[in-house]
Design a protein around this ligand. Structure first.
Ligand SMILES: Cc1ncc(COP(=O)(O)O)c(C=O)c1O
Length: 449
């Protein structure tokens, strides 16, 4: 770059930071008037600087920022590889699809094989199983951890079971001891959907490093954002290559964009029924997709990653604060619990309305929403009751009674770093008022969990 261009670039970047600080200065919170969002991106001037920096390269597709982000993300997890994709859903699709590769020999997942999973969650944890013509086998969750009930795994097993693919829902890890041992014992693949749980730990080990593959999401609701975005994380070099093949059109070649002949024998391969020497760039070993991330997105991720530890701390602190404020209502509200040995990286604050409470979940949600406090249900509730799954082949391993409870009675509130104690006090005071008004009927609570 010429000296002039370098100076101009620096000027543009400095102006972008000034613009951010001018345009997005925080506004004072006014209870009842200002919204209390459930989640949202937390950006600062350095994120915009990084975004503009990548734009000024005019490279546009995945490039130098993506390479750096992949390296630093892999370092964060302490694994060999992180492969960026354009969403958490794409990460799940890539991670599961790569297990169908013929290169895995007898461990290749084939149509009709079964995969143990959970119905109380997000659809795109389960959809790749269906999209690959395999059969999801649902086990129930425990409350109030809202994680897979690991005691049901053995009963869910059949001679077609090939994998377990489960999410650490809302940032609380599932029982990784039992689930990992079960997967090892039965030679099953384990895919950890860690989209909600970036930075969570189990027995001091980073969640996402227990299974064969893990996925993360960088959608704005998640711990760090690239707008749309996600990643597949793995310590297994072959699985990394396979996941990237599915991401990059199904190609056999593993050259970075803009590079040629990384393998050193670009015109010497003979694969399939192609003539010997057919350009490796255009040899396809899988029925793939194009799920790549752009360099502008990666640049934002790179700058967000620096702030991840402080974001996780803020989420944990907000979680604890709200928990203490809502403790007096444990007779009517089922407050969340972390899985034993887990250090969650909370995504949200789940609340169940107890059976026997003098009000239902929907009344409480409607009161909160009317006071500008955003709420969310626990994603799909019970996926098998969703319209999309009515004609899908699946198996229910045992009763999904607690999953139905999640569908009927659970919702979650925000604890993301954009919220502060003043906002959380307003949330708690709104619940104080609502519960007090409902209790004046002199009801008798039924205590259960
Ligand atoms: C557990 C889980 N998996 C996958 C996804 C999908 O991520 P994305 O929105 O980036 O596609 C989500 C979305 O919130 C999620 O909560």
């Amino acid at each position: 770059m010429s000296e002039n261009a370098t100076a101009l670039r620096e000027q543009i970047l400095a102006l972008a930071e000034q613009f951010f600080n001018q345009q997005f200065a925080g506004k004072a919170f006014e209870p009842g008037t200002s919204p209390v969002p459930v989640s949202g991106k937390v950006l600062d001037a350095s994120d915009l600087r990084s975004l503009i920096d990548a734009s000024l390269d005019c490279w546009l597709t995945t490039g130098r920022f993506a390479t750096q982000f992949e390296r630093q993300l892999a370092r964060f997890f302490g694994v060999r590889g992180a492969s960026l994709v354009n969403s958490g859903s794409s990460a799940n699709l890539c991670a599961f699809s790569c297990l169908t590769s013929p290169r895995l020999g007898e461990r290749q997942i084939r149509p009709g094989d079964e995969v143990i999973t959970v119905a109380a969650g997000f659809p795109t944890t389960v959809n790749p199983i269906i999209q690959n013509n395999c059969v999801p086998v649902f086990i129930d969750v425990t409350t109030p951890t809202y994680q897979a009930d690991a005691s049901q795994l053995e009963a869910a097993l059949s001679d077609r079971t090939r994998a377990v693919m489960i999410a650490h829902t809302l940032g609380n890890p599932f029982d990784l001891d039992v689930v990992s041992n079960f997967a090892k014992k039965h030679k099953l693949w384990l895919v950890e959907d860690s989209c909600d749980a970036l930075g969570a730990k189990y027995n001091g080990q980073m969640v996402g490093t227990f299974g064969d593959l893990a996925t993360v999401s960088f959608y704005p609701a998640h711990h760090i954002t690239t707008g749309e975005g996600g990643a597949v994380v793995t310590n297994n070099a072959l699985l990394k290559t396979l996941a990237e093949s599915f991401r990059d059109w199904g190609r056999d070649c593993w050259c970075e964009p803009g590079k040629d002949n990384t393998c050193g024998k670009r015109f010497e391969w003979q694969l399939g029924e192609l003539p010997c020497g057919y350009d490796h760039k255009y040899i396809y070993s899988h029925i793939g997709y194009n799920l790549k991330m752009t360099d502008m997105q990666a640049a934002v991720g790179l700058s967000q990653l620096k702030k991840l530890p402080s974001f996780i701390d803020a989420r944990r602190q907000n979680f604890r604060y709200l928990y203490e404020r809502l403790k007096p209502y444990e007779d009517v509200l089922l407050l969340p619990e972390s899985t034993p040995a887990a250090e969650p990286s909370w995504f949200g604050f789940p609340i169940g309305v107890r059976e026997g409470a003098p009000f239902g979940r929907d009344a409480l949600v409607s009161e909160l929403e009317s006071r500008k406090i955003a709420t969310r249900l626990l994603f799909g509730g019970n996926l098998v009751r969703q319209p999309a799954y009515q004609n899908v082949k699946y198996r229910v391993a045992s009763s999904l009674a607690r999953t139905d409870y999640v569908m009927r009675s659970v919702f979650w509130l925000g604890i993301f770093p954009g919220l502060n104690e003043t906002m959380l006090d307003y949330v708690a005071e709104t619940i104080d008022g609502f519960v007090a008004a409902q209790k004046t009927g002199g009801f008798m609570p039924v205590l259960q969990s």
